[in-house]
Design a protein around this ligand. Structure first.
Ligand code: ZN
Length: 295
């Protein structure tokens, strides 16, 4: 059986959702190095919405699947006019919408699942940087870690990379030559600047943790939301250390907009988390995702 999060299968899943639920909207925010579409799906009031983004890292495709399953569940409830825990989701979404980017790094996911040949004209680079062991590939096709390529604390991050001897395109943690150098980063940054989301959640794996701070500036409501997400999921609140500090989407979003942003690390175990973790994770974070739709 084909893996459910290859580009082909993910597109099929998204197409099926769009065919089944005519109130679900869809668009493309940009293209990856290998010309794969970076798509978004949205429900409800786009003008006043929150953003969820998944699969920044190649091995973390389970984040896409969990969020797409949740989206399917919500769409189905709307179609059937079902309430969830007595809440009219459709009415809520009319006031405040949800925008989802199922896969920020489609090349990285493809490389991690299907090997260096998925990197098209970048395959020599990927082959060399990974030593053909692409299973644990996290970066994009150019060997840049997208979640180290955002413009937040750039100089400190570069210093840390040097200290850790990460000097060139790598399977993980190389931030690139300059902030926003990568098409995937640029697409996301432009999309956020244009749409001014109320807050953003970046889904990663793993660790069952919620990161909610960056630097000294704590936007209003950050802690309240983080606490709510923690209570509804059992995930713990954490602060990043070392090379996990700076350059990330959450860090940039907080700095740029002075609005809350979170990194949520789903599941526990070793990346890539096995597909058998889909429903255990889904069940554990269902109420958290629902609370994010409402607050
Ligand atoms: Zn990650």
């Amino acid at each position: 059986m084909a893996h459910p999060m290859t580009e082909f299968e993910r597109n099929k899943l998204i197409k099926n959702l769009l065919a089944k639920y005519n109130f679900l909207n869809h668009g493309v925010i940009g293209k990856s190095h290998c010309e794969r579409n970076i798509e978004f799906l949205s429900l409800g009031n786009f003008e006043n919405s929150i953003l969820w983004a998944c699969a920044f890292h190649g091995m973390e495709w389970l984040t896409s699947l969990v969020i797409l399953k949740f989206l399917e569940n919500i769409c189905n409830r709307i179609k059937l006019k079902n309430k969830i825990f007595g809440i009219d989701i459709e009415k809520n979404l009319k006031n405040r919408g949800l925008v989802i980017i199922p896969c920020v790094n489609p090349d990285g996911v493809e490389i991690s699942l299907n090997g260096y040949k998925s990197a098209n004209e970048f395959q020599n680079l990927v082959k060399k940087a990974s030593n053909i062991h692409t299973f644990s590939w996290q970066a994009n096709a150019a060997g840049v870690d997208i979640n180290h390529n955002f413009d937040a604390g750039w100089n400190e991050l570069k210093k840390l990379e040097k200290e850790n001897n990460i000097l060139e395109p790598s399977p993980t943690r190389f931030g690139g030559k300059k902030p926003e150098s990568e098409p995937e980063t640029k697409a996301l940054v432009d999309f956020c600047r244009k749409n001014k989301f109320l807050y953003a959640i970046a889904f990663h794996s793993q660790g069952e943790e919620i990161y909610w701070k960056y630097g000294k500036n704590i936007p209003e409501n950050s802690y309240r939301l983080a606490k709510l997400f923690s209570i509804t999921s059992g995930y713990k609140l954490s602060s990043p250390e070392g090379l996990a500090v700076g350059g990330g989407f959450k860090d940039w979003f907080i700095t740029e907009f002075n609005r809350p942003a979170f990194t949520i690390e789903i599941g526990v175990g070793k990346n890539p988390l096995p597909i058998s973790q889909l429903y255990p994770i889904y069940n554990k974070i269902y109420k958290m995702l629902l609370s994010s739709l409402l607050i």
